[in-house]
Design a protein around this ligand. Structure first.
Ligand SMILES: *Cc1c(COP(=O)(O)O)cnc(C)c1O
Length: 270
């Protein structure tokens, strides 16, 4: 489950690359995968072309995968339109896996990550924003960590070479080949070129390609954990039970102590 505003730093594209990788695994006859439904939802700002294109890509990839008889119910991709609080009220309790996969150093905090944890979803995430505190609270064994740290991201920028990384990784090569061959836009040639070029650029600020291998490996660990239902259930309960730190009372109390320094006032009429 990845529901949040569509933004390049939140890396919905990394999620799509993984879905295409799973599709390739199924097409290769790689049996014994855990069936998945990947749901991505969120709003794009009206003038944000790359975000609108990302929604278009999710829908196009979904159409190909969901109508491929070889895939069947092994893999489903869905884009949920009109993401809003009333949708989140239903999504949260229905989610198994919370995807919090932003580029390290870019997410101020996040609150979707907390809402999903509180409702028993397990997080796959980078060391970014409140994911760091969620992992501290729940313990590393109940959190699927992946990706470069903020320090590693900044160190890598000077010599980031995504083309070399694609060249070194057969799975990523296959994913990029499908995308670039127009497999998901057969009647709309070139429409995803700007998205594809953005992740292949050595100046990509979000370094999506840099975290692909680590993300795919972490998703494999998710699959292995999901097969053991008692283990997964225990992890889920521990996520819910350790979410107390993220209460509004604690947060607002701390803000008041450190920043606002206000006195509590009695409520009139009580
Ligand atoms: C929680 C929530 C957000 C914030 O999600 P993040 O994952 O923290 O970015 C945005 N929109 C809606 C409707 C929400 O419920």
């Amino acid at each position: 489950m990845q529901v949040k505003r569509i933004h390049e730093y939140k890396r919905q594209l990394l999620n799509v690359l993984h879905v295409i990788h799973l599709y390739n695994c199924i097409k290769k006859g790689d049996a014994d995968r855990v069936p998945r439904c990947v749901l991505i939802g969120g709003k794009a700002a009206p003038g944000y072309r790359m975000a609108k294109k990302t929604i278009k890509l999710i829908n196009n990839v979904a159409q190909v995968i969901n109508s491929d008889p070889e895939v069947g119910d092994k893999l489903t991709l869905l884009f949920l339109p009109d993401y809003r609080v009333s949708a989140m009220e239903k999504i949260c309790p229905g989610a198994d896996l919370s995807e919090q996969i932003s580029t390290a150093g870019k997410e101020a905090s996040g609150t979707g990550n907390m809402k999903l944890m509180m409702n028993g979803a397990i997080t796959i995430g980078t060391l970014d924003g409140a994911n760091i505190e969620i992992r501290e609270e729940v313990g590393d064994e109940n959190f699927f960590l992946f990706g470069l740290t903020e320090e590693q991201i900044e160190a890598r920028r000077a010599h980031y070479d995504p083309l070399e990384m694609i060249d070194q990784d057969e799975d990523l090569q296959r994913v990029m080949h499908l995308l670039e061959s127009g497999y998901f836009n057969q009647f709309e040639p070139g429409i995803f070129d700007d998205l594809i070029n953005s992740i292949k650029s050595p100046h990509d600020p979000w370094m999506t390609i840099a975290d692909f291998r680590s993300f795919v490996d972490a998703q494999k660990r998710v699959e292995d954990a999901y097969r053991d239902k008692d283990h997964w259930t225990k992890m889920s309960i521990l996520n819910c039970a350790n979410s107390g730190k993220f209460s509004t009372d604690r947060t607002i109390g701390e803000y008041n102590r450190d920043i606002w320094k206000l006195e509590p006032q009695p409520v009139k009429g009580e």
